[in-house]
Design a protein around this ligand. Structure first.
Ligand code: ADP
Ligand code: MG
Length: 752
């Protein structure tokens, strides 16, 4: 389709931003609006608020300061004035002239000079005057005006998008097909698709400005619902289809029950019993199991998974457990071996990781192929090494491996005499991310959910303290005392080696602010590189200089060993050690042969050493909330009182401040997850891309949870009953749309 204003060059730029069709452009919604119908008056502004103001340019000046050139524009209404300041913004010099009308948007700050207020680095738009074309005036003056994220430099900024989208809407007038059934729209009181698109871009007179800002106009809600509906419908169908596939109906005989009892070293918690019950009930069904086992760190997922694997083994099937790291795979292997020693059947357990030598790999592959290994524990190597199972009955994978991997497991089965691979194995996915329940249910709609919402008994709460870096010596004294009492400690650093090191173990991009506040110089460099001044992302980039002065694991291992912790046995663990070394270090710590483990976040997931009672995190302000929570989860696993000490550097951003306070305030993973979700937004929270979860065009999982629930209900309803109120043609359109949405946007079709 030809879109006015979009030539080949621009089309390319748009494609880079994921906008490939006219429809994509229509679903690229404004991220905010300016009420140019009822502009704010300068005298009603309050310091601290974020406001948009329309005023007249009074004067502009480029000032020289020690920090570089500073561009200052004074705008006014009547006798009130507002000063706007941009750093390093020489390129703005010939943009402003006295007499122009401008819209500025930014945080209102008190000003010491003659003006009432100032704004630093506001977004701005010079409004069209009589010399501009009528269309621009029509779209930007005297109405509620949409503001868009730039789609590429100043060229494809808001003004460009307004025109293109406006024209596009004119072109398609009356021709945007509805993709939801009329009956549903009527029942939920949603406007049709075309009007919704029109109204979110160019709100008609009388639209509530507050609703617009909150994305909660009927038009917004309809578009958000639409997106979530197709996600939920897809999940619902996957789930229904799964129930029709051929799986294994495991039997739970008394013998099997006895086998489970034999290996349990403790009384399971009520939550563990419930989860196991749900898992086993699924396993008994002839359809393949697809279940998510969710439980906070330390809630005891491992033993539940092992019991499920025992059920499979008791039925004469093989079970496989896939862990995210070699350390964890090894740990699971050792734990399983220890537990199953108590079993009268002594199943054969095999470890398969990338670092095994080739002979060993070959031997193990053979054992698995011939069915002589009943329990297989491994990493991604299980897939890479082309392992073929004899009779695979149950696969346990962690969440990271969920997508793409399940399909492969199906192919990993040895063909039977008739050439087929027989029924599909059951799958249990484990996650330690305490996803709020409603979200989990809706997002993993194709999985059934079991939750471990209870910690094993006998845990004493972990004492969490924040300590400024200057007082680190007190912390080292404390560590020495704890070691003297027979405890062990972790000390975690954000980077492996020097500051210039590439730092694979901490992803700074997760939270730009954690790298300290970016000074203005930094922000304007971005702008000078040619980004439009309209969109000034405040501290969107981590400041690279802030990275220096970071303590690293390698360096501090040396320093602590020869200094404050001299005489203690101090180990070092990080991602760059090879697998054997890692295993040795880990095993020593597990056996209590080292007192202190200096490490990076490699120990974040799953490592289980009950005697470790102290977790010290240096540069704690650098870590994300989920990471800190995972790290803290490494202690408090035994009966001894445990401590988590968050050492902070000199610069702690407001967001980091909030994270640290939350850590001190609560130990509840779900509460922290809620907060994390709110602070980071769902994209970052779920690590969308890597987890294979969808990226949304209009929906936002935090803001739109209630609509997500509604979409789930409606999707189930739609899938379930041939509703007579829905016509044949409408159903056909829904299916077509579903297919397209899933193929293009979610790419989850093959996720098994
Ligand atoms: P996670 O859910 O984080 O994987 P683990 O399975 O590693 O938790 O269990 C954490 C610790 O709690 C382990 O040391 C495990 O042996 C212990 N544990 C698990 N369940 C119980 C229980 N019911 N009673 C006592 N200790 C338990
Ligand atoms: Mg675990």
């Amino acid at each position: 389709m030809y879109v006015r204003g979009v030539g080949p060059r621009v089309a390319e730029m748009l494609a880079e931003k994921g906008i490939q069709t006219a429809e994509d452009l229509l679903y690229h919604l404004p991220f905010r609006y300016e009420d140019r119908q009822n502009p704010r008056s300068l005298d009603e502004l309050k310091p601290g608020e974020v406001a948009s103001v329309i005023a007249e340019v009074r004067g502009a000046a480029l000032l020289r300061t020690r920090r570089g050139p500073l561009f200052e524009v004074t705008v006014g209404q009547g006798r009130h004035a507002l000063k706007c300041i941009w750093f390093n913004a020489r390129y703005l010099e010939d943009k402003f002239h006295a007499g122009q009308t401008v819209a500025v948007y930014g945080k209102v700050e008190p000003s010491r000079s003659s003006s009432n207020f100032k704004m630093i680095q506001p977004q701005f738009e010079i409004l069209p005057d009589a010399s501009d074309d009528a269309e621009t005036r029509l779209l930007e003056v005297g109405r509620i005006t949409p503001v868009y994220e730039s789609l590429g430099g100043s060229r494809l900024a808001s003004r460009w998008q307004r025109k293109v989208i406006f024209n596009l809407l004119e072109t398609v007038r009356g021709a945007v097909p509805e993709c939801l059934p009329r009956e549903l729209l009527a029942r939920l009181n949603f406007p049709d698709r075309e009007s919704s698109l029109r109204e979110v871009h160019f709100p008609p007179e009388g639209t509530s400005f507050a609703q617009l800002q909150a994305f909660s106009t009927p038009a917004h809600r309809r578009l958000i619902f639409e997106e979530l509906f197709f996600l939920e419908l897809g999940l619902e169908l996957k789930r229904r289809r799964m129930k029709q596939r051929a799986g294994i109906a495991f039997a739970t005989t008394n013998k099997a029950r006895e086998a489970l009892r034999e290996v349990l070293p403790f009384h399971p918690t009520a939550a563990q019993k419930r989860a196991l019950g749900e898992i086993v009930a699924d396993m008994r069904e002839p359809a393949p199991m697809r279940r998510l086992l969710q439980g906070d760190v330390g809630s005891g997922k491992t033993i539940v998974a092992l019991q499920a694997m025992l059920v499979a083994m008791e039925n004469g099937y093989q079970a496989a457990l896939m862990a995210p790291t070699e350390i964890l795979a090894t740990q699971h292997f050792l734990a399983a071996r220890k537990l199953l020693e108590r079993s009268s059947r002594k199943p054969r357990i095999v470890l398969l990781t990338g670092s095994l030598d080739d002979d060993r790999k070959r031997t193990n592959r053979g054992l698995i192929h011939r069915g002589e290994a009943q329990l297989v524990i491994g990493t991604h190597a299980l897939i890479e090494e082309k392992v073929e199972f004899d009779r695979l009955g149950l696969v346990v994978v962690d969440e990271q491996h969920r997508f793409g991997v399940l399909q492969r497991f199906k192919l990993m089965k040895k063909p039977g005499p008739d050439g087929t691979t027989g029924p599909e194995p059951d799958v249990l996915v484990m996650t330690a991310t305490p996803i709020p329940r409603t979200l989990a249910l809706s997002l993993y709609g194709d999985l059934d959910l079991s939750v471990l919402d209870e910690l094993p008994p006998g845990r004493t709460p972990i004492v969490t303290r924040r300590v400024p870096g200057e007082r680190a010596h007190e912390v080292w004294d404390f560590v020495r005392k704890q070691v003297k009492q027979g405890r062990q400690a972790y000390i975690v650093y954000p980077v492996i080696e020097g500051a210039k090191d590439d730092q694979p173990e901490l992803d700074f991009s997760h939270d730009p602010e954690s790298a300290g506040e970016a000074p203005p110089e930094r922000q304007t460099k971005t702008a000078r590189k040619g980004k439009t001044a309209e969109l000034f992302p405040a501290s969107q980039e981590a400041n690279p200089t802030a990275k220096s002065g970071l303590k690293s694991a390698v360096e501090m291992h040396e320093k602590l060993r020869s200094g404050p912790l001299a005489g203690l046995r101090v180990g070092l663990l990080h991602g760059r050690l090879d697998a054997d070394e890692k295993e040795i270090v880990m095993r020593r710590f597990q056996r209590g042969e080292t007192d202190v483990l200096v490490a990076t976040t490699v120990i974040e997931v799953g490592v289980d050493v009950p005697n470790a009672a102290v977790m010290v995190v240096e540069h704690a302000e650098r870590f994300g909330l989920a990471q800190l929570h995972q790290l803290r989860g490494r202690v408090g696993r035994g009966a001894a009182k445990s401590y988590c000490i968050l050492l902070t550097g000199s610069r702690v951003s407001p967001l980091a401040e909030e994270r640290l306070n939350a850590m001190v305030r609560t130990q509840d993973g779900f509460e922290l997850a809620e907060l994390d979700l709110a602070m980071r937004g769902p994209g970052e929270f779920f690590g969308t891309r890597q987890a294979g979860l969808p990226e949304f065009r209009v929906a936002n999982l935090v803001r739109d949870r209630e609509l997500l629930e509604l979409a789930k209900q409606e999707a189930a309803r739609f899938a379930q009953q041939p509703d007579t109120a829905v016509t044949h043609a409408e159903r056909a359109r829904v299916w077509a749309r579903l297919k397209e949405a899933w193929q293009r946007r979610y790419g989850l079709v093959e996720a098994g």
